[in-house]
Design a protein around this ligand. Sequence first.
Ligand SMILES: NC(=O)c1ccc[n+]([C@@H]2O[C@H](COP(=O)([O-])OP(=O)(O)OC[C@H]3O[C@@H](n4cnc5c(N)ncnc54)[C@H](OP(=O)(O)O)[C@@H]3O)[C@@H](O)[C@H]2O)c1
Length: 354
Amino acid sequence: MAHAGEEKAVVVESREWYMAAYAPDGIPTSKHLKLRTVPVSLTADSIPEGHVIIETLLVSIDPYLRSRMTGVDEGLYFPQFNINEVLSATAIARVIRSRDSNYSEGDIVIIFFCPVSEYCVVPSQAISRKIDPNAGVSFPDYLSLIGLPGFAAWVGIDAVGEAKPGSNVFISAAAGAVGMYAGQLAKLKGCRVIGSAGSDEKVKLVKEFGYDDAFNYKKETDFDAALARYFPNGIDLYLDNVGGKMFEAVLNHVNKYATIPVCGMISDYNKVWTNREGVRNLLNMVGKEVKIQGYLVGTYMDRYEDFIKEMVSYKKQGKISSKYKFYQGIEQFLESLESLFTGSCAGKVLIQVK
Ligand SMILES: NC(=O)c1ccc[n+]([C@@H]2O[C@H](COP(=O)([O-])OP(=O)(O)OC[C@H]3O[C@@H](n4cnc5c(N)ncnc54)[C@H](OP(=O)(O)O)[C@@H]3O)[C@@H](O)[C@H]2O)c1
C-alpha cells in the first residue's frame, strides 16, 4: 500500500525497436530490426534525479537512420547502433513523470535521439527543447517544416545553393520531405524549378507544390535526354538528394559556375561503398567551374532561428505547404523506414504513436 507522499507503483508494457543484426546492404528487414516488449515503471521514484519518463507521440523517419544500421562505421553521420541497442530517432514526446525541475508532467518536448519506443526513461539532457502546443505550429510541422527536412531544404537552396531569381534549378526526390520544401523555397526566390520523382502520382504532387514541371525518372531510359528536354538553357543549381546516375547526368547539363549542394545520395544507402555508382564525368566540373558541396544541417545551427522565422512566416502567409505520410503505431517502424527506399511514401514520413 502506498503511504502519504508516495506514488502507487504503475508499470506498463512498452514496445521498443532494437538492432538485432546489422544490414551492410539491402533494405533492412525483420531479421535486422526487431520489436520487443519491456516493462516500464511510470513511478517518479523509480527513476534517477535528472531523468524524465516520456510517452512518445510522433516519430520522424529519416534516411540517415539507415547509415547507423550497416555495422560499418564510415564516420559520416552518427555512430552505429550497437547490437541489442534500442533504436533512436527524432520524436515529439510528452513528459509523464519528471525528476528535473525544468520539466513538468504534461510538457511536450522534442528529443533528437529518442528511443523508438512507446514509453521510456531518458536523461533530461537528451531533450532538445520544450515546445509550446499553442504556438500555432502543428506537431508534424515541428518535425518537418521547421525540422530536419525543412532545414536541409533551406540550407541547400539558400545558404549553400544561393539560389537567385531566374536560376534554373533541378531537385531530385522532389516529392520527398526535403524535396517538397526545396522546390517551394526555390520558387519563392524566383527560380525556374524542375523536379524528378519515382511515380506519376508523385510528379502530380510535385507540380501541386508549385514546381514549374517534373518528370518520372523511372519512365526515363536516358536521364541525359530527359535533362536536355527540361533544361534547354542548362542547370544553374542542382539540389542532389539521390546521387548515382542522376548526379552523373546532371554534370552533362550544368552551366558555367553551377552549384550542386549535395544533401544526400539515397540511391547508394543500401549498397556497400564498392558497389555504389561512380561518376565518370567529374571533369565537367573543372571546365564549367562547378561548385559541388556536401553539407550537414548541424553545421548551420547559427542560421536556425533565421530559418524558423522565415518558414513560419511563409506558412502563416499560406506560401508553403507540407504533405505527410502517417504510419499508425510504433509497430510500423520497419515498414515506414522501408518506404523511404522503395519510394512507396510521399512527403514527410512520420509514425503517429499516440
Ligand atoms: N544533409 C543533411 O543534413 C540532410 C538532412 C536531411 C535529409 N538529407 C538527405 O536528403 C535526402 C532526402 O531525404 P528526405 O528525408 O526528404 O527523404 P524522402 O525524399 O522523403 O524519402 C526518400 C525518397 O528518396 C527516393 N529514393 C529512394 N531510393 C531511391 C533511389 N535508389 N534512386 C532515386 N530515388 C530514390 C524515393 O522517392 P522516389 O519515389 O521519388 O524515388 C523516396 O521516397 C536523403 O538523401 C537524405 O539523406 C540530408
